[in-house]
Design a protein around this ligand. Structure first.
Ligand code: IMP
Length: 427
């Protein structure tokens, strides 16, 4: 089973880190294929908690090679800081491979992310303000700087000059900010080159070579399906393609290289930032989910919006990613409720939608159609097999499996590695 993609099926923060941890033992390479340090993967390994933003989770396992693929946008100072922090905690980081084709997040990207959000006011996206969107925009307009440019000071300087001329006009004339200095950026970035140089390589060849040798490669998605630039709830999305198809472009492999596609979903649903969220819970239930699920962002610390499992969204994600299986996380959080809602469809102007509505006007205004199930109101954090779960919890899982039409392989019932229920067909 050489190529495995791990994707979020909701709006991110589904607990992908825990699944990587479960798969780590049999994984040789872990490849990030999109996004940047807007992500936050929390992993608990041998009782130690790590919050990673840019470095692939494979760094935590000495036998794994962590790879940052060409589809990622890299803030080099954040990367160096993350590597330093890991080294201080005794994690060897020399094995990290960084694609020379990955684009760099530059200081003006951060500045532009901030000022654009401010200008948008109540229409803002609620970005992580890490410069992600502006960096991908420059990549698309072909004035981006890439990791490999760090290795050639002349090219770096020439490309920076072109980009900075335009950015400084924007910053000073449109946003009334001070211009950024070429020399200062150059000084900082070329110093980063010394540190990152040994990691920079042609990662496409490394990943392809590993697949050819039958090694197991895990393509680690950041963010999630409903935040996908092309298929998510645009414009309230991120600027890359977290879906499984994005792994091909962002890691440099072909569709046939990926054989197993694992979708991760919380037993309920959360979203950070603005944008439509049909199954968002009422404030009282939302607050219970926030507290029981500790729903605060790993990257920004923001409180997440919480709601009920959305079958329409999950079905959409199952098809779009061609999921081979579903992992349900944080089932234990629902133990707080006597009754549990599941959003089984949407309604808009008297019409029922069992699939994603065809346009955003409907999606923005649709109402959830709920089915209610009895809760189990008991601690399930000690469950290790399906039989250990109360019958109400089993019925809940069965309902999700049937409605999403995808087999559930694992169910997580707590944060630590062993708090997992393996179902039939689990990897
Ligand atoms: P950006 O990716 O910083 O441009 O933010 C765009 C949208 O994606 C915002 O709604 C963010 O809250 C959301 N977002 C970005 N990264 C994550 C993540 O790792 N988890 C959840 N939401 C995210």
């Amino acid at each position: 089973m050489p190529g495995i993609a791990l994707v979020g099926t909701q709006w991110g923060d589904e607990g992908k880190g825990k699944v990587t941890d479960l798969l780590a033992e049999k994984t040789d390479l872990v490849v990030r294929y999109q996004g940047g340090n807007n992500a936050g993967h929390t992993i608990v390994v041998e009782g130690e908690r790590y919050a990673l933003h840019l470095v692939p989770t494979g760094i935590l396992y000495p036998h794994c090679i962590p790879v940052i693929g060409p589809g990622v946008v890299v803030n080099p100072s954040v990367l160096i800081e993350e590597l330093d922090t890991l080294e201080e905690r005794g994690i060897e980081t020399g094995r990290l491979l960084l694609s020379g084709n990955a684009h760099l997040i530059m200081p003006y990207h951060l500045e532009l992310d901030r000022v654009t959000e401010r200008r948008l006011g109540k229409n803002r996206l609620g970005t992580t303000k890490r410069g992600i969107g502006p960096a991908y925009a420059d990549k698309a307009t072909r004035i981006g700087l890439r990791v490999q440019d760090l290795l050639d000071p002349k090219i770096f300087s020439a490309k920076l000059e072109v980009a900075l001329k335009e950015k400084n006009l924007l910053l000073t004339r449109v946003y009334g900010r001070l211009p950024l200095e070429q020399k200062e950026i150059e000084g900082d970035y070329l110093a980063f080159a010394d540190r990152l140089g040994p990691h920079i390589t042609d990662t496409d060849r490394v990943v392809q070579g590993a697949l050819d040798e039958g090694k197991t490669v895990l393509f680690e998605g950041a963010q999630a399906t409903l935040l996908d630039l092309d298929h998510g709830t645009y414009p309230f999305v991120t600027s890359s393609n977290p879906i499984a198809g994005g792994a091909c472009a962002g890691a440099g492999v072909g569709p046939r290289d990926i054989e197993q596609i694992i979708g991760i979903s919380k037993a309920y649903c959360t979203r950070v930032g603005t944008g439509p969220f049909p199954s968002e819970a009422d404030p009282a239930d939302g607050e219970i989910l926030v507290e029981a699920g500790q729903e605060y962002g790993t990257t920004t610390g923001r409180k997440r919006r919480c709601g009920w499992f959305d079958v329409v969204g999950a079905r959409f994600a199952a098809r779009l990613n061609t999921l081979t299986e579903l992992v349900i996380t944080k089932l234990d959080v629902l133990s707080e409720f006597e009754r549990i809602k599941v959003c089984v469809g949407y309604s808009y102007e008297g019409k029922r939608y069992d699939h994603m509505p065809p346009n955003q006007t409907i999606f923005n205004k649709c109402r959830p159609i709920y089915e209610e199930l009895p809760g189990w109101s008991q601690d399930i954090t000690g469950a290790r097999s399906l039989e250990d779960l109360p019958k109400e919890a089993r019925s809940y899982l069965e309902m999700l499996e049937n409605l999403v039409d995808t087999p559930i392989s694992w169910v997580s019932v707590g944060p630590s590695r062993d708090q997992i229920v393996r179902l039939q067909g689990a990897p």
